[in-house]
Design a binder for this molecule. Sequence first.
Ligand SMILES: *Cc1c(COP(=O)(O)O)cnc(C)c1O
Length: 368
Amino acid sequence: MTARPFREARIDLGAIAHNVRELKRQMGDTLVMVVVKSRGYGHGAVPVARAAVESGADWLGVVEITEALELRAAGITTPVLAWLHDPGAAFDEAVAGNIDIGVSYLEQLDRVAAASGTANVQLKVDTGLGRNGAADSEWPEFFDRAVTHERAGRIRVRGLWSHLANAGELQDLEQVAAFRRAIELAKSTGLKPEILHMAATAGALRVPQSRFDLVRIGLGVYGLSPFDDATSADLGLRPALELSAAIASVKRMPAGSGVSYGYDYRTAAETSLALVPLGYGDGVPRHASNRGPVSINGRSYRVAGRVAMDQFVVDVGDDDVKIGDRAVLIGDPAAGMPSAEDWAAASGTINYEIVTRLGGRIERTYIA
Ligand SMILES: *Cc1c(COP(=O)(O)O)cnc(C)c1O
């Protein structure tokens, strides 16, 4: 047996590959962009991107141009879209790296046009999320300016896109209708965007009208469900991440012993306390104190007392738990392990946040 890292996030690239193939199958002819922003939702952008491309991903999506350049530096040549930029950003490197630039407002459009070379641009319109993207009052001028820059050879408008608020079926369909108005206006202004898109995982799976030419899938690629009423397995997906650590100490303690800061937990009887070397410094939510689920040697436990910066305690009773045994915090619930959703429920957040927040002290390892 090869030694495993003290704290390990083990990424099953076979699961990533399976999820990409499964999502491609469900999407039929619609192109699939695999979103690897924020270090691939904590899973590692480059390894995930490579596995995704090998499994048929048509596009990659990131937030920052620096993230896109990291993929290029790793030799990945798949089309990449980056969509949130420093207001002072110069776009020359993005153009040189053949990175599509998501553009959300007029001044940004002018800056992109000023970069050397012809920039591939995807214009973002706000259809009701209230976040990034041009507001509909700005569309005429936004599209007009894009035509001017395109005719001057400074940009090529490859795509037009938006993002759903997932506020309910009616609201989603209103956004689809608004996006159709934007498409009509862009075309009548003289633009010919080849790629129209607005759906992320939730829209791709539940709002077929929002699929257009391409869907931008993040969460689903990692094998997680964006829905409260459907598990990963229900969607045909496999969670790719297993978060575990070696038990760092075990000791017998008498009944009534206070555990961790503030004594929010006291032992009910003489018992063994096992120490797990993961804390909020690693992204384990402190809100999950006394609640977060852990599996050790196939048995389920909960965090005892408060999660500290570097560690938390598990009361394992009289069970045979030894120093060096693995404590699994997140795995595949289909295999009986606690899930990212369990930790989200224990700490009042969503699975997206649980996996993305995992910190740099946790060693990422990859299995095929
Ligand atoms: C993060 C993100 C996505 C992917 O969202 P998921 O819900 O993880 O699929 C898609 N589009 C944009 C603009 C995003 O920021």
